[in-house]
Every structure is written in structure tokens, then in C-alpha cells.
Design a protein around this ligand. Structure first.
Ligand code: ZN
Length: 173
């Protein structure tokens, strides 16, 4: 047994680097079975014009591509913020062993909040989850970023679908 060593400091460095690129400061690190870092990334949604380019998903993609497998058994993921429902699903599909995250995300998180992907009956694999790792640093980064940016990104105007009520849908007339 090797002693537990947190890799959250590297994830935080990736989050800081993301902030300097104008991205929401979230960083992730994937650690392989030997305890070595196999992938590290920060958010790149703006740079790549890709809404799926969250740090967690990027490191999983990179490690899967490098290993030639869509599953990463015995891999552990460190991420500075509670994963969103999309990333939580990716973590489950990739069979990640342990998830360590920093700040809690009541607005957009999907593990302890919202969809709670890992406790859903449809979830076929749930990692062990450890939260609150270096949470204060992760939160400070996020708060600083949004304070400089003015506000959290405001939702863009929603293209309005024609309004329909439930009764309209059921109506046959
Ligand atoms: Zn995500």
C-alpha cells in the first residue's frame, strides 16, 4: 500500500491556467494505477467552442485515447469543482475508481446536487467520492474569476419554442 497523496495541487494549477485563458477556472488530473498522472487539463469550452470541453471530460478523453480503451479501471480523478451531470456520466462510463473534488457546486453540480448521477438507479458504475479536497482554494479561484468577469455567465436568451401547455399536447381537436 502506498500512502495517499493528493494531486489536487496540480488540478488547481490547471484551474489557474484556465482562468488566464479566459475559461471558467476548473482543473482536473487523472491518476493511473501506478499513481502517476496520466492526463491533466483545465476547461477549454471557449477555446474549442465545445460545450463538452470540461476539464474532467478532457482528461478522460486524453487518457482513453492514450490507452486505447474506453474504460479506465483503477484510475482516480481529481477535479477542483463538483462535476456536472455530463461529466459525472462520463466518469461513470469510464469506470473511474475514485473521484476527489474540491468545491461544491449547488448550481450546476450533478453528483451531490441536481441529477445526483451516481445515486441514480440507471447508474451502472459509481466511483468512490471524496469531496471538499482543497475546496477553499478552488472556491477562491472561481469567485475571483467571476468577480473579475462581472457576473457568472448570464444565460443567453433562450430561443423560445411556441408555448404549449400540457393540455394542448393532449388535445386532439
Ligand atoms: Zn462537466
Amino acid at each position: 500500500m502506498t500512502a495517499f497523496r493528493s494531486h489536487m495541487d496540480v488540478a488547481l494549477a490547471e484551474a489557474r491556467a484556465a482562468a488566464t485563458r479566459g475559461e471558467v477556472p476548473v482543473g482536473a488530473v487523472l491518476v493511473g494505477p501506478s499513481g502517476d498522472i496520466v492526463a491533466r487539463a483545465g476547461n477549454r469550452t471557449r477555446e474549442l467552442s465545445d460545450p463538452t470541453a470540461h476539464a474532467e471530460t478532457l482528461v478522460i478523453r486524453a487518457a482513453c485515447a492514450a490507452s486505447g480503451s474506453e474504460r479506465l479501471a483503477d484510475h482516480d480523478l481529481y477535479v477542483t469543482l463538483e462535476p456536472c451531470p455530463m461529466c459525472a456520466a462520463v466518469i461513470s462510463f469510464a469506470r473511474i475508481r475514485r473521484l476527489y473534488y474540491g468545491a461544491s457546486d449547488p448550481k450546476s453540480g450533478g453528483t451531490a446536487h441536481g441529477a445526483r448521477v451516481f445515486s441514480h438507479p440507471q447508474c451502472h458504475h459509481a466511483p468512490e467520492v471524496y469531496d471538499g479536497i482543497a475546496a477553499t482554494e478552488a472556491e477562491t479561484l472561481l469567485k475571483g474569476f467571476f468577480a473579475r468577469a462581472g457576473q457568472p455567465p448570464a444565460p443567453l436568451p433562450i430561443a423560445r419554442a411556441p408555448r404549449r401547455s400540457c393540455s394542448d399536447r393532449g388535445s386532439r381537436s
